[in-house]
Design a protein around this ligand. Sequence first.
Ligand code: ADP
Ligand code: MG
Length: 728
Amino acid sequence: MQESSARQSAISAVTGWSSNGTRLNFKETPARSLFGVNVFSDDVMRARLPEHVYKAIRKTIKKGLALDPGVADIVATVMKEWAIEKGATHYTHWFQPLTGLTAEKHDSFLSPTEAGSAIAEFSGKELVRGEPDASSFPSGGIRATFEARGYTAWDPTSPAFILENPNGTTLCIPTAFCSWTGEALDKKTPLLRSIEALSKQALRILKLFGSEATSVYTTAGPEQEYFLIDQNFYFNRPDLLNAGRTLFGAKPPKGQEMEDHYFGTIPERVLACMLETETELYKLGVPVKTRHNEVAPAQYEIAPMFENANIATDHNMLIMETMKRVAGRYGLQLLLHEKPFAGVNGSGKHVNWSMSDDLGNNLLKPGDTPHENAQFLIFLAAVLKAVHKHAELLRVAVATAANDHRLGANEAPPAIISVFLGDQLQDIVEQIEKGGAKSTKQGGTMTIGVTVLPPLPRDAGDRNRTSPFAFTGNKFEYRAVGSSQSIAGPNIVLNTVVAEAVDEIATTLEAAVAAGKDLNAEIQALLPKLIAESKAVIFNGDGYSEAWHKEAEKRGLPNRKNTVDSIPDLIGPKSIALFGKYGVFSERELHSRYEIFLENYIKTISIEAQLTAQISNRQILPAALRYQSQIAESIANLKAAGIAAPKAQVDLLTELSGTIDELRTKTLDLIKTQEGHVDGDTLAHAKHSRDGLIPAMLAVRAAGDKLEGIVADDLWPLPTYQEMLFIK
Ligand code: ADP
Ligand code: MG
């Protein structure tokens, strides 16, 4: 053991790992008693706030009414006392800038007094508004340099919580983050706007159906996939450490082809880690529900119960952060990247999405009465119409450099956005289109609004993995979302495109009713039209097949193969009109996001390119050269002993030397490509990254991976796929 000792000792460290005793005891502390203990929840508020204050805040939360400053002061005082009882010394406005992460700046509760001591101070002013220095967060040109400030504004609809650390706790207040000119610099602001937009439009339909609901919100339940590998390997892989994915690594003899990992027994250390992660999440009021192994080795999934999309978005950020934090306690590293290992399944996030009214009715649940079913079909048709009209925007919402490795790679949905309905609903939709609405699959005759829809079977698991957007019984599953992404973006797009479709449908129906027409008859006339208009987007077949790509093209469905092709749709006329009309994004905000997303793409590829060159030059090349001299030396030794060098050995040396030459040449090409001057704007740069850097990186990798198959194991510097994926 010599040159590659780092890798070898990583292996020893892994095999020497042992749990540091029991950390949890659910007999003493049942999970139930932990749920929400660190949340400034409705229960806490009801118990602690004066009644009129509690009522005022409830109104704000339920109906989005502005909060009276006097009320905010009282809430702040009570929240502070509660937090200090929980050991908090600091508070932070917790927000989601466009970096895709969460941000926090901690302030102490303590303020100095004139007498020279300190008192704990935290008023409504501090609760409601913060002023982090915004200059280091991406703004895509919105924020002129002379006005670096932004402000955070309390979002009372997402509960405050306590973040624990071994040495103390912090009160975290979910906030929106805006520029002083009122433009959104974060993900929460447009999300809240989009939920409001949808609520307003959906209520119009509900009203036609005689509902007494007063608001509608979207629900989201994200199924989160992730990898866990031993931290010792992680720290020995500069690519994983800095780019979140491996930039080198030959395919191991055993990959996922045995299919023995999916739903298999969860390894003990991993399960221990999951249990502690879940416990932490319970305390934060995150309703995590399921856990299991995923398809790839070392890949897992965690899924919560669905919640209001705003809270679900915050909770998904907490899930990702908590998983990462707790994994470290078990010597594990969380990998959230969409494609940490080439040739092995990547990770996604199935975002289950639906709409609910404030009376608790799921608007995408087929009902038991003709009346309910007519309403269900209207909302279903609205979603179809929306996805058909704005497929490009659903694509933009999942476009990142990392997700490009998944989409269309025969493991995740293709980049073509289509809707899966399942055989039975498909059948019903076809019947409706023909006007007859006779569900042959079920036998019975069905006229919308007159008889009952047959019960729709819930989608049975994976049979339609290939669809990016699938109806699964009472909700849609948006499967193209990447594992590391915030779910805010996908939700914003869905909410807004559906708001528009619902708006148009409501307008037609309202006009008919105003003209004294029968609502039922009008719905019967409208549904076939809606379906005929958007049925091109419905596809129940195999999304991986070549035939679908051809068919989709014939149907005129957009196919944005990668991020760079997709992002310009964000500032296209359709997008500007849509988001502007519903007040979700101004044109300036869209342009800012366009710039930020492209810059993000460019930076990601640039970091990867630099890492590729670095690993090639400083780790792989030296190892290969050492091995080269070992072989050369052994051949020389033979010659010195008067033995002719065997051909196979000479051939090995030739092959190795050739591959070393290839590695070095391709690395120099990569460096040259990266240093090359690019004329033009951000889009031109992004194209250069895609068309210049990515192929150049792949060429270096090909040589590097070839060397991995040749160079002596004890000289190889990087933990291998085999080690990272199978040593648990
Ligand atoms: P599977 O997709 O594996 O069959 P489920 O359908 O039970 O599993 O649930 C997957 C996710 O969908 C869970 O997070 C669940 O809470 C969520 N979900 C269920 N109903 C809804 C809904 N109405 N709106 C949003 N998400 C939902
Ligand atoms: Mg699912």
